[in-house]
Unconditional design. Structure first.
Length: 241
């Protein structure tokens, strides 16, 4: 019988091994005569059975002490297996039901021969490929490099320039700010008073006016008979014209 499915030991002793199902009736346990032997003290001597019915595989518990679970549910009767189902035996061992692809058959040709399959499982990774014999690479003749006919002269660096001389910064003359002058209001100047004539000049003018008036009056009086009468009262001579 060419195996089409296998059980991969995901959790438990020697995790990573896989067990091809090569018989139509496969017994799982820890006894030496079982088809799949797993050295776990929690697994019974004959713990569970996987059998082929029609085109489907089924699993049933064989009255084990710690029981058999399928996808987390403990089974009491035979239950069908589907790809990816997790079979738990006891509390510490878990197996995954997987198909055997063509690539797995090519990488592991022993899976096609039931007589060569050990009862304790195969490693989950394929064997290393055979190494090819070492072949020395051919020796090619060395060709000397072709020298160019013209070699460009090396580029001369430009004339070095003297480093700039350090010049100390000139001190800047600080101009003090002009003092702020307080505004002073100019003193109040009374308007200039008009200068008048002195008192004596005024009296002299009045006196001159009086004399002029008296002279004019006397002149008028002398020219009339009435004036003569006045003159005669004061004993003065009247001159008429």
């Amino acid at each position: 019988m060419i195996p089409t499915h296998r059980l991969v030991l995901s959790v438990g002793p020697n995790a990573g091994r896989f067990f091809p199902i090569v018989k139509a009736d496969t017994i799982i346990g820890r006894e030496a005569g079982d088809d799949i032997i797993i050295k776990d003290p929690e697994i019974s001597r004959k713990h569970a059975r996987i059998f082929l019915q029609g085109a489907s595989y089924f699993i049933e518990d064989l009255g084990s002490t710690n029981g058999t679970s399928l996808n987390g549910a403990r089974i009491q009767i035979a239950s069908p297996l589907r790809v990816g189902d997790v079979i738990k035996l006891g509390e510490k061992t878990s197996l995954v039901f997987e198909p055997i692809t063509e690539a797995d058959t090519i990488l592991n040709p022993n899976a096609q021969s039931p007589a060569t399959i050990p009862s304790q499982g195969e490693p989950a990774f394929p064997p290393a490929p055979a190494q090819m014999p070492y072949q020395q690479p051919p020796v090619y003749p060395q060709v000397p490099p072709v020298q160019p006919a013209y070699q460009q002269p090396p580029v001369q660096p430009p004339f070095p320039q003297p480093p700039p001389q350090y010049q100390a910064p000139r001190p800047q003359q600080v101009v003090p700010p002009a003092p702020v002058q307080d505004y002073a209001e100019p003193p109040y100047l009374e308007p200039a008073q008009k200068k008048g004539l002195p008192t004596w000049a005024i009296l002299l003018i009045i006196l001159g006016v009086l004399v002029l008036c008296i002279g004019c009056a006397a002149l008028v009086l002398t020219m009339t008979p009435l004036g003569c009468t006045v003159y005669e009262l004061f004993g003065m001579e009247c001159v008429t014209f």
